[in-house]
Ligand binder design. Structure first.
Ligand code: AMP
Ligand code: AMP
Length: 357
């Protein structure tokens, strides 16, 4: 039986009146679990032992399951437990970062797990974006071709750790060695790294939601990131030169933003094309939360450098509401709650199958 059929069979066996929302305790779990509670669901949080106190403290989990490592989500007894509890899992960045391919997970997942895999392969992601005919940064196949300012990035949701800037092949070799020596990346990471043209401009992360229930794309929040590199502006140039620093892009947090209203149409057009192509590349296409990571260049043209087909942690800034979700819903709405609302309405309309993979 194909995976999707298996999952749908599990879902069929569920008591729809007792559906619970479950997730791993990290990344955007507080967002997801609070949202589930706001929509009347009971919740389950699978936490690493040392971190469960956080989830207990916030009181958003009805059940906390402690594990040593997140990979234990794949354990038979944990999967059995989740199915017995009629649980729908809400995937987030830690599913990509700590588990990767989710084929061994025979528990219903909200969203399209095949599209989530695109995040772990930059090449596949590039194909998707190319098909959607959106602007993307130039890619350099080999470090020897570097002829301008470039950013070196790795596969998967690594949160910018160990990314670095280079402007020539020699520069690449020198900095790569330093990155390995400093323990920021492994040799293997570097071999599979993507070298991308560095787009000089303003970073904007759009968190959208594609709703099968409403058959529309909704803008839920916009954010930008607070990264290690942001610290260098606090050190005068003279000191920077003496320190010969190698700032990286490790993510620490996020800021909410609103953008010029005249720029929203570019974002919506891009989102529409990306959703359209998602249906061709991974049936049934985009479902639920997704994020388009962009940079506006000096002409205010939008360039996409990454997509995530799941909730991103940047939506945490939109709790209890972002300006955009408030305008759309006229009430407090944020990504965790939006996901739970979609599940609730789909359940009432008998559409749950369309949200699950
Ligand atoms: P964590 O549970 O914090 O280790 O996060 C899981 C994965 O998601 C890691 O790869 C992080 O780098 C990434 N991540 C966590 N928070 C954020 C954020 N605010 N923005 C982008 N990525 C994040
Ligand atoms: P990513 O892992 O692709 O989300 O990238 C992490 C961070 O690296 C982003 O938040 C940006 O600050 C930066 N970044 C990634 N790609 C580019 C690019 N092509 N040009 C400029 N900055 C980038």
């Amino acid at each position: 039986m194909r995976l999707r059929e298996k999952i749908l069979k599990v879902l069929k066996g569920y008591d729809h009146e007792k559906i619970k929302i479950a997730t791993l305790g990290s990344h955007s779990a507080l967002n997801i679990l609070r949202g589930a509670k706001d929509e009347g669901f009971e919740t389950i949080c699978i936490c690493r032992k040392g971190e469960s106190a956080v989830y207990r403290n916030f009181g958003v989990a009805n059940r906390i399951i402690e594990v040593e490592k997140f990979e234990e989500l794949l354990r038979d007894d944990i999967q059995d437990f989740l199915r017995r509890e009629n649980a729908i899992l809400i995937p987030h960045g830690s599913f990509n970062a700590y588990i990767g391919k989710l084929d061994a997970l025979e528990v219903p997942i909200f969203g399209n797990r095949k599209l989530m895999e695109y995040e772990t392969s930059r090449e596949k992601q590039r194909e998707w974006l190319k098909k959607a005919n959106v602007r993307i940064p130039k890619e350099f196949k080999s470090f020897e071709e570097i002829d301008r300012l470039c950013i070196v990035k790795y596969q998967g949701a690594k949160g910018g750790r160990g990314y670095f800037l280079v402007s020539s092949p020699q520069d690449f070799v020198r900095k790569a060695e330093k990155m390995i020596k400093n323990g920021l990346v492994s040799k293997k990471d570097l071999e599979n790294a993507e070298i991308q043209e560095y787009v000089i401009g303003t970073n904007v992360y759009f968190s959208f939601f594609y709703s099968p229930v409403n058959d529309r794309i909704e803008l839920i929040a916009i954010d930008r990131r607070y990264e290690h590199i942001d610290s260098i502006g606090r050190i005068p140039a003279e000191e920077q030169l003496k320190l010969s620093m190698e700032p990286t892009y490790t993510i620490i947090g996020n800021f909410p933003i609103v953008i010029r209203e005249s720029l929203l149409s570019q974002a919506f057009e891009t989102a529409e094309r990306i959703v359209e192509v998602s249906k061709e590349i991974a049936y049934p296409g985009m479902v639920g939360a997704f994020c388009i990571e962009t940079i506006f260049n000096e002409k205010a043209e939008l360039i996409v450098f990454e997509i995530s087909a799941r909730i991103v942690a940047g939506t945490n800034v939109g709790i209890p509401s972002s300006p955009y979700s408030y305008i759309l819903f006229g009430e407090n709405m944020y990504m965790g709650r939006r996901i739970a609302r979609e599940i609730r309405i789909a359940k009432e309309k008998g559409m749950l199958e369309e949200l699950i993979y």
